[in-house]
Design a binder for this molecule. Structure first.
Ligand code: BG6
Length: 479
């Protein structure tokens, strides 16, 4: 039992959560740049007009824009085989509407890609990771407007043409299925139904029909991008990316099992079914009918979806839930909530820790699609403490990752075609859900804090050397 030869070990980040330099070199304003800081107890806000004196973490993040060479050198020291990062759409097309790409933006990512290749690290690029240009939100309500499809394809073309021969792996949208949730509509699809005043991130003005319309346009855009990528370079491999949330019936009551199936349909399968199989699953007809959702489709959409299934499947995996048809104590999770599982412990942010749930997930996904799989996000957000001697002993993170890697190994033995693993936030960065630095995921500690202090210097945590050993032994040395 072992990981296959050439297994892609590495780490993952997203532009808005680490780059900073939010208005440098011609960059425009993205949806993340109008999101304020927050914390576990205080939701961040989306402010259509930037407020004087308000703190916007993406504006500086961890200053990776000016330090990417140092960061990639550290990734290389750990032995990364792959580095997943996102391109910030607004560096390439500042408003999303320009006809020609911004050369300075392309040059920045060329620097990142070349730096990876210098160390033999395979770049894995997420094209859209919660970074839609804000101008497209104002004009078209993000992907709710069909016009945004053309803007996205223009952006994809610029990337595919520029990085031909250098980059092999692409993901069209980060966690597209987050768009099935009210909170995810803004992040994943750029849908913001309230422009006149700030929105509390956790309580958006939600119109399901608009959200699912936007999701449909994103499906079409994703399928068109897959096709375009293959036309430009037949060696390109394009994947989908979902939040995967393993879930169990809370009790053996048949009604709880049915509630769990419905959760799987909407959350785990709907978007992946469309992106992997190229057509809408039949169970969504009922969901749309019962929720009075009418999605408008153009006559060519069916063909476009059929012609653009993805080459591989990827997901984030952090935690699991239970489902019940009745009442139950609820547990927090990645953007969504579910019923609490009495057998699991939770992280400092209340996310239930379930390594076996990852093996369950990988089996379920592979049984369904028979496509190569990468786990492109997994990790533990925790409060890290610096000891008096300056060391950061994050044994809890090592333990979390070790347990999950063991379960991935089991899944490989089950026959799952798992080709890679990138831990989330391989370097500390800003949290997507809470907008804070305090929730740290990295092997590399960044001296930057929520009160705005800190010089951005980097330090290795205990997990740094541990992960280096894991990679060097291809997953055999986990202790
Ligand atoms: C995923 C996102 O949902 O989870 C990342 O793709 C995010 O952008 C990660 O950072 C962890 O979530 P959080 O809220 O702890 O940052």
């Amino acid at each position: 039992m072992s990981f296959p030869e050439g297994f892609l070990w590495g780490g993952a980040t997203a532009a808005n959560q680490l780059e900073g330099a939010w208005d440098e070199d011609g960059k425009g304003v993205s949806i993340s740049d109008i999101s304020t800081g927050g914390s576990a107890g205080k939701s961040k806000r989306i402010t259509p007009v930037l407020e004087d004196g308000t703190y916007y973490p993406s504006h500086v993040a961890i200053d990776h824009y000016h330090r990417y060479k140092e960061d990639i050198r550290l990734f290389a020291e750990m032995g990364f085989k792959v580095y997943r990062f996102s391109v910030n759409w607004t560096r390439i097309f500042p408003t999303g509407l320009e006809k020609e790409p911004n050369e300075k933006g392309l040059r920045f990512y060329e620097g990142v890609v070349d730096e990876c290749l210098k160390y033999g690290i395979e770049p894995l690029i997420t094209i859209c990771h919660y970074e839609i240009p804000f101008e497209l939100v104002k004009r078209y309500n993000g992907f709710a407007g069909r016009e945004t499809i053309d803007c996205f394809i223009r952006y994809c073309r610029a990337l595919f043409e520029r990085f031909k021969g250098k980059v092999k792996y692409w993901l069209t949208f980060n966690e597209l299925n987050n768009g099935t949730n009210p909170v995810g509509g803004f992040l994943a699809l750029g849908v913001l139904n309230e422009l006149e005043k700030p929105t509390v991130f956790q309580e958006p003005k939600d119109v399901p029909e608009i959200r699912f319309q936007a999701l449909h346009h994103a499906f079409v855009a994703s399928a068109m991008a897959v096709r375009l990528a293959h036309e430009i370079d037949p060696d390109y491999r394009v994947g989908c990316m979902q939040i995967f949330c393993t879930s169990y019936p809370l009790t053996p009551k048949p009604e709880d099992t049915m509630a769990n199936i419905e959760f799987y349909h909407r959350m785990n399968w709907f978007c992946a079914d469309v992106q992997c199989r190229g057509y809408y699953p039949s169970y969504m007809k009922r969901y749309f009918r019962e929720n009075k959702i009418n999605v408008k489709m153009e006559p060519e959409d069916e063909r476009v979806l059929q012609e653009g299934p993805v080459d591989f499947y990827t997901c984030s995996y952090y935690m699991s839930f239970c489902q019940t048809a009745g009442e139950a104590e609820s547990a927090l999770g990645n953007m969504i909530q579910g019923a609490k599982n009495p057998y699991l412990k939770a992280s400092d942010w209340g996310w239930q820790i379930d390594p076996v749930g990852l093996r369950v997930a990988l089996n379920q996904i592979y049984d369904r699609y028979q496509l190569p799989i990468m786990v492109v996000e997994n990790g533990l957000g925790a409060y890290d403490k610096k000891e008096a001697d300056g060391s950061i002993n994050d044994d809890y993170r090592i333990d979390y990752l070790r347990q999950h890697i063991k379960q991935m190994e089991e899944a490989v033995d089950d026959g799952v075609d798992l080709i890679g693993y990138t831990t989330w936030g391989c370097i500390d960065l800003v949290s997507a859900s809470t907008g804070e630095y305090a929730k740290r995921y990295g092997f590399i500690y960044v001296n930057r804090f929520d009160d705005g202090t800190g010089d951005f210097s980097r330090e290795k945590k205990k997990s740094f050397d541990w992960y280096k050993r894991v990679i060097a032994s291809n997953g055999k040395e986990l202790d």
